[in-house]
Design a protein around this ligand. Structure first.
Ligand code: 4AD
Ligand code: MG
Length: 458
């Protein structure tokens, strides 16, 4: 259908002025009077609506009336002209209604609460808020690919259906094609008859396969959906989220921290450059001071503290935490937020966590108690990156797995990477939606996904 995107009209306004153009879109609002009517039309390409000016004497009533309907889809031909108030507008010559819209259309008001919009995910993309969310989501994804592509990483696609639980926390969704058979005596017997002849699930992380790829390709990244069946009903947990996982050979913890910081700064800078309008919108609608925050993140060095030091800081903070903090315990969100929001007031890498609270694959430090791992914490959210140098020593890795009662025979291929030409290597996982929350100020992960999947909600 021949037409011009509204974004193109506003961007190259001068080029189109005085010309007859065709636009398509949905009616956001309209106003009517005796001799003139106005429609705010949006086609999803631009946060800005195009104002349509309809002189009643030049367009027939039969054309105008069915178009003055919120939510209706229109194809409009008219002259593109400068306007004092809007920069540009369209003087309408003809209107075709592509799709009418009855008055039970739920988006009648100018502003709706985010809670209400969550009840109509199929219509949310027609609001300014979600147009802005999805524009930044798109720009952020593109920036991520740009960073890795520009730095010589290969984009690999790791499997979504897998038999191995990377994080070892038993939070996998099961993938099966058979119904429960009561005749089976054991789990193994039951899964033997299943599609894969073994227990399968949705991946929690592409890391293990990413390591396999890196151990030949040098440096790779994944960017795909990952799944967690944890019952965490918080504003930062989704059952299905996207994760970016670079894996780099010949790279220790210090090196990977440098890469992570460089990467985060690059993608924020890219979004600032390419999403001016959207960030201004979020500054107003989601987080005061958002743009200054992002600019200061680019300009300053991230903080760095060991987990042992962090525990001391928390103990001396004089704060009453719901979960008391002790060395060896997992840091809770309240601890993470204190460190990044009140103590450092900027993003901070917490390094060298106690081995017992972290995953099996992390490099064991010489102290015998901690691992070469780091989480990147940011104000307002907490953890956005989980990162570590990987244990490259076959025997140490096996010992860590056995300690966690992991069946070594299910990981023979992974262990082969340590047997045949093992190298120091490191990687991290960035939660894409959490990063999107950070750059937009959107408070709830449910508002960063087209169809959020959370406990009890499909
Ligand atoms: O810290 P996590 O569990 O680390 C891993 O999965 C490693 N295998 C990554 C690696 O080293 N390649 O998860 C990484 C990040 C977290 O920091 C967080 O940002 C995000 O993924 N994340 C979630 N985001 C939304 N909803 C959830 N339920 C999330 N769980 C983790
Ligand atoms: Mg983590």
């Amino acid at each position: 259908m021949q037409h011009t995107d509204i974004k193109v009209l506003f961007k190259n306004g001068g080029e189109h002025v005085g010309k007859i153009v065709t636009v398509c879109g949905w009616v956001r609002t309209w106003r009517d009077s005796k001799s003139i009517a106005f429609i705010e039309l949006n086609d999803g390409t631009s946060l800005k609506n195009l104002q349509l000016v309809i002189e009643k004497e030049s367009v027939s009533d039969d054309e105008v009336k069915p178009a003055l309907v919120v939510g209706a889809a229109l194809k409009v031909v008219g002259k593109f002209i400068p306007s004092e108030r809007n920069g540009f507008e369209m003087s309408v010559q003809s209107i075709e209604v592509l799709g009418g819209c009855p008055n039970d259309y739920p988006l009648q008001k100018k502003h709706h609460t985010l809670e209400f919009l969550r009840t109509i995910p199929h219509l949310r993309p027609r609001t300014r808020y979600f147009e802005a969310v999805f524009a930044v989501r798109n720009a952020l994804a593109f920036a991520i690919h740009k960073y890795f592509n520009g730095n010589g990483y290969k984009y690999v696609h790791t499997p979504i259906i897998t038999g191995s639980d990377c994080e070892g926390a038993g939070e996998m969704f099961r993938v099966t094609t058979q119904n429960w058979d009561a005749k089976c005596k054991t789990e193994q017997e039951y899964f033997a008859g299943d599609f894969f002849g073994a227990k399968a699930g949705l991946t929690v992380s592409g890391q293990l396969e990413g390591e396999v790829a890196a151990m030949g390709l040098g440096k790779i990244y994944t960017f795909g959906p990952t799944f967690r069946a944890e019952h965490s009903n918080t504003t930062r947990h989704a059952a299905e989220f996207w994760q970016i996982e670079p894996e780099v050979c010949f790279c220790d913890l210090h090196d990977i921290i440098g890469i992570a910081e460089d990467f985060i700064k690059f993608i924020i800078k890219d979004v600032i450059e390419n999403c001016t309008e959207e960030l201004n919108f979020f500054e107003e609608r989601a987080e005061k001071g958002l743009i200054a925050k992002l600019q200061s993140v680019i300009a300053s060095d991230f903080g760095k503290i060991t987990c042992t030091e962090a525990v001391e800081v928390l103990k001396k903070s004089g704060k009453e935490f719901k979960y008391p903090v002790e060395w060896g315990c997992d840091l809770q969100t309240e601890h993470e937020r204190y460190l990044t929001e009140e103590y450092f007031k900027k993003p901070v890498f917490v390094t060298d966590y106690p081995a017992d609270i972290k995953a099996f694959y992390m490099k064991q430090n010489p102290d015998g108690k901690t691992v070469a791992a780091t989480d990147l914490l940011v104000p307002g959210i907490g953890e956005i990156i989980g990162c570590s140098e990987r244990e490259a020593d076959l025997e140490k890795l096996k010992a860590a797995m056995l300690k966690r009662n992991m069946p070594l025979e299910s990981y023979t291929e992974y262990l082969d990477t340590r047997k045949y030409g093992s190298v120091p290597h490191s990687g991290f996982g960035l939660g894409f939606e959490r990063m999107l929350m950070y750059v937009t100020g959107v408070q709830n992960i449910r508002d960063t996904l087209l169809y959020p999947r959370t406990v009890g909600s499909l």
